[in-house]
Design a binder for this molecule. Structure first.
Ligand SMILES: [Fe+2]
Ligand SMILES: [Fe+2]
Length: 260
């Protein structure tokens, strides 16, 4: 993207997802060392120097207090602001017990760099699928009409073309899309799918964050380890609503998509 010299400095945001840490730091997730894979991103995150980090769910595999403390300890010095939503493997009350103590932000609307991050909790029904009822959609109605927005939700709000994870989507996604119509929305960012996915619906970018632990092949009938290693999604957000996004791995952040 070519930007004029007078362009204000963008805000840098990192989305970490699906770390699947367990109570035992040596535990594996899908054959991968979850803690070590997360730690392999540390230097690249320090280089990125994000202004904020959003943890977009499945932070823990077993919803253990110890796993949330380890994630908290990992991210607390990597950005001045940390926000979070749960995934289907998490327990919101247990997370809040740790993350509230660390001063992390559960929103549901977080302001940063002229943008609003809207944090929607789709993981609450003790099922692998996600769901947004009226209460969980309510933050959408509180969005500022004047500010560009990113929505974060754990479950994919559209099929990603992977049968092994499209079995467990956000159910009734049109409830979300209808609610978002007319909002100053640039992108919906999600986790849960354990792969890089980029598409759009209704002119809104739909972007997944890959897992920091284990990622799978898109076109496989069941989870099959893919070539995508531990990784995350990064964003640069300009106050006038322009944005870039890319994928961060241990070598740094490569820009991929951009929008107006
Ligand atoms: Fe996950
Ligand atoms: Fe998930």
């Amino acid at each position: 993207m070519n930007l004029p010299a007078a362009t204000p400095k963008p805000t840098t945001l990192l989305q970490l997802s699906d770390s699947h840490l367990s109570e035992d730091p040596q535990a594996e997730y899908r054959g991968q060392p979850a803690d070590a894979n997360l730690a392999s991103l540390r230097e690249a995150i320090k280089q990125l120097a994000p202004d904020a980090i959003v943890l977009s769910g499945d932070i823990s595999e077993d919803a253990s207090t110890a796993s949330y403390w380890r994630m908290g300890g990992f991210v607390r010095d990597l950005a001045p602001k940390i926000a979070w939503i749960p995934g289907n493997h998490d327990e919101r009350e247990v997370m809040a017990g740790v993350f509230d103590e660390l001063g992390f932000d559960a929103g549901p609307i977080v302001g940063i760099g002229g943008w609003q991050l809207v944090l929607l909790d789709s993981a609450w029904s003790n099922r692998p699928e996600g769901e947004l009822d009226e209460d969980r959609l309510a933050p959408v109605d509180r969005m500022d009409a004047e500010r560009p927005a990113l929505v974060f939700v754990h479950h994919q709000p559209l099929p990603v073309g992977s049968s092994w994870i499209d079995k467990y989507p956000l159910v009734e996604p049109d409830r979300l899309w209808e609610r978002l119509a007319g909002k100053p929305l640039q992108a919906v960012a999600f986790g849960h799918v354990h792969q890089v996915f980029e598409s759009e619906r209704d002119g809104v970018a739909c972007l997944s964050a890959p897992s920091t632990a284990a990622n799978g092949l898109r076109e496989a009938p069941k989870f099959t380890p893919g070539e995508q290693g531990p990784s995350a999604r990064c964003f640069r957000l300009w106050p006038d609503g322009r944005w870039q996004s890319g994928i961060l791995d241990a070598t740094g952040c490569q820009a991929a998509s951009a929008g107006q």
